[in-house]
Design a protein around this ligand. Structure first.
Ligand SMILES: [Zn+2]
Length: 170
């Protein structure tokens, strides 16, 4: 992991995804450690949100931690296993990857309203908390269909075997 600069704190760390980043920043108790990933920062595009995020970053309220390629590829494997890999963006996979990496030494809670991310986290036994929705109760094995021809796929194909549709792999 790059840029992590271990704080040595044993408190809970919250990993924020793009769907939860602002509610997370605004509602987290003082002293709770907040982290997100470079991909999430990039995914926040609208100017007012960007402004608020850069303020939070400048104040050190949120730290950006890159989970590194190894953890991202582990996260991608976990997403494939539950049929979520095509629903998750690069930023989403980074969030799962960062949670996997940090959870080895600490209590980690991912704040996310994204059901795909929740599903992968649950399959890994990692903790998450929705900020606006109720969240999922159990791991769901998604039925993945080709967006062009509707063929039912395994979920890890890069090209649809029926029509040749190419999934954009993040
Ligand atoms: Zn197809």
């Amino acid at each position: 992991m790059r840029g992590s600069g271990r704080s040595g704190s044993s408190g809970v760390v919250y990993v924020l995804d793009a769907s939860a980043i602002f509610v997370g920043i605004e509602s987290a108790a003082y002293g709770v450690e907040l982290v997100t990933t470079p991909g999430v920062v990039e995914e926040v595009l609208d100017p007012s949100s960007r402004g608020r995020l850069s303020t939070a970053l400048r104040l050190g309220r949120v730290r950006v931690v890159d989970p590194g390629r190894e953890w991202v590829s582990r996260a991608r494997e976990a997403a494939k296993a539950v049929g979520e890999v095509h629903r998750l963006s690069r930023a989403d996979l980074e969030v799962v990857a960062l949670a996997m990496a940090l959870a080895r030494g600490r209590r980690v809670v991912v704040l996310t309203d994204d059901y795909g991310i929740q599903n992968v986290l649950k399959s890994l036994g990692l903790e998450f908390r929705p900020v606006k929705t109720r969240g999922i109760r159990r791991v769901v094995k998604r039925v993945v269909r080709c967006p062009r021809c509707g063929a039912v796929l395994r979920g890890d194909e890069e090209v649809c075997p029926v029509c040749g549709y190419r999934f954009s792999t993040s």
